[in-house]
Design a protein around this ligand. Structure first.
Ligand code: AMP
Length: 320
């Protein structure tokens, strides 16, 4: 399952150390970050390139994990200082968590600089970082075909005007349900979706031709263990969550979902809604593996069979 069409896929986001406490244990300073989860997941379909920064405390073995999956890390700068560190604690139901620490380290002064190859990226995913940095990356891309976006409560609270500027420039926006409510100031998820679709605007944001614009502007609302809802001008689509008995650590599930989804679309070089729906199936499968182990561990060595079996499980769940 790999990049038949060689579409260039770029992701910007955090490459981080995560310290995690869940009802099932805790780990300190394990490999994490939005771009890390995204690219490990996307690597099962495409060859993503990462734009990020790490400190000189980032270990070679962590780079090796990314390299082994065929990820291009030439855009990950190493700077004097500490790697971004995030610490979180999950509640008993695992659907809610508290952020205990966000130590920016070298991320505080990060200025993304894309090389010539990266400027020619076709598929671009703006992973969870400050919206100003997301805009900065987007402004350097010559002719993106499809642009995806993720964000989090922190930026809705502290950088809303910048976030609204980015929203106008993307095609696919991925957000979780509590953030969707926060951003729209609507409790009802369908009213929230309507408001957020309006924030995305109606103009197709990429260089792909108008006939290619089957996806229109698309919003995907993630609902944790309950699956996802996809909205665009034409329809609403629902995917349930895959039934899992051993959920250990939900960290990065959203980024992993986005990586599988975008990696699949880049492999197919497609803007069609039915391919996006399949992409959501693969994104959900990858995310379902992610949550079964701490950190990124579950994403290091999956097989095509494991992924396809999960996809079948999901199909069987909704087959009449
Ligand atoms: P998710 O569980 O999908 O929301 O993603 C969790 C990942 O996001 C963790 O691996 C963190 O390192 C990363 N993360 C948390 N807060 C931030 C932030 N403010 N900026 C960038 N990445 C973050």
């Amino acid at each position: 399952m790999k990049n038949k069409f060689k579409q260039k896929l770029l992701v910007v986001g955090s490459v981080a150390f995560d310290s995690l406490k869940t009802p099932f244990g805790n780990v300190k300073k394990t490999l994490g970050g939005s771009a890390t989860h995204f690219s490990l997941s996307a690597s099962y379909f495409s060859s993503p390139s990462i734009i990020a920064v790490v400190g000189n405390d980032f270990k070679k073995e962590n780079f090796n994990i990314l390299k082994k999956r065929g990820t291009d890390i030439s855009g990950v700068k190493i700077q004097n200082g500490k790697t971004f560190h995030w610490a979180g604690k999950y509640h008993f139901d695992l659907n809610t968590r508290d952020t205990l620490k966000t130590e920016l380290g070298v991320f505080a002064n990060f200025k993304p600089e894309l090389n010539k190859q990266q400027q020619l990226s076709d598929f671009v995913f703006l992973g969870n970082i400050h919206p100003k940095l997301q805009l900065d990356v987007l402004n350097q891309i010559k002719k993106p075909k499809l642009i995806g976006l993720d964000t989090m409560n922190l930026w809705i609270e502290t950088a809303l005007p910048d976030l609204k500027k980015v929203l106008k420039k993307v095609n696919i926006f991925v957000i979780n349900d509590s953030e969707a409510r926060q951003l729209s100031k609507e409790h009802n998820i369908y009213k929230a979706a309507k408001k957020i679709l309006a924030m995305l605007g109606s103009r197709w944001a990429s260089s792909a031709s108008a006939e290619d614009a089957h996806l229109q502007k698309t919003l995907i609302i993630k609902r944790g263990e309950y699956g996802l809802l996809l909205f665009n001008q034409n329809q609403i689509f629902h995917l349930p969550g895959i039934p899992l008995e051993d959920v250990i650590d939900p960290t990065g599930a959203g980024d992993t979902f986005a990586g599988g989804m975008f990696g699949y679309l880049a492999m197919k070089n497609s803007f069609r809604l039915n391919e996006l729906k399949k992409a959501c199936v693969y994104g959900s499968c990858l995310a379902s593996f992610c949550v079964e182990q701490f950190g990124t561990k579950a994403l290091h060595n999956l097989t095509k069979n494991q992924i396809e079996n999960r996809a079948k499980q999901l199909h069987n769940l909704v087959k009449l």
